[in-house]
Ligand binder design. Structure first.
Ligand SMILES: [Ca+2]
Ligand SMILES: [Ca+2]
Length: 159
């Protein structure tokens, strides 16, 4: 009995060290945890919500990550989600919120990636559609279908 318990303990300890320690309601993928919030808010509010959760907004850095997000959107019935990317500082220079560096990956939809000038002097915030394609959108307008995704590192396990 002791041996079995010890074996289970070791298995559990090893398993948890290898696993991603994401909080409840967060989903693990590669080196991050993600939460999909079911609220329609402007981009700046989405950013604030993620920061309140100790996270950043979703920053997609690969096709694999984009595919993961699309699969999660499908599971959750979400049609559009915000990303933490913007070209607010300089038009057409898209950067990640967290470090201001240029995008490593993008999947802009040519028909939608248009910096439409109708409001705000152009569209400077990024979103993903359920087909995986990206759109630039006004940060504070027409967000009624777009929900935040927050991303953070898994909790480190010391042991
Ligand atoms: Ca723009
Ligand atoms: Ca657009």
């Amino acid at each position: 009995m002791i041996a079995v318990s010890f074996a289970l303990f070791c298995l559990g300890a090893f398993g948890s060290a290898a696993a991603h320690h994401c909080p409840n309601d967060w989903v693990a993928f590669e080196h991050s945890c993600y939460v999909f919030l079911d609220i329609k808010v402007p981009w700046t509010s989405a950013k604030a919500f993620c920061e309140l959760l100790g996270a950043k907004m979703l920053e997609v850095e690969s096709k694999a990550e984009n595919d993961f997000i699309v699969a999660q959107m499908s599971r959750s019935g979400l049609s559009r989600v915000w990303m933490g990317i913007n070209d607010l500082v300089r038009e057409a220079r898209w950067v990640y919120n967290s470090n201001g560096l240029p995008l490593k990956y993008s999947n802009w939809l040519s028909a939608k990636f248009d910096n439409s000038q109708a409001y705000e002097g152009g569209e400077d915030c990024g979103e993903i559609f359920s087909n995986g394609g990206w759109n630039d959108l006004w940060c504070e307008r027409y967000y009624q279908q777009t929900t935040p995704v927050c991303e953070k590192r898994p909790r480190e396990v010391h042991g």
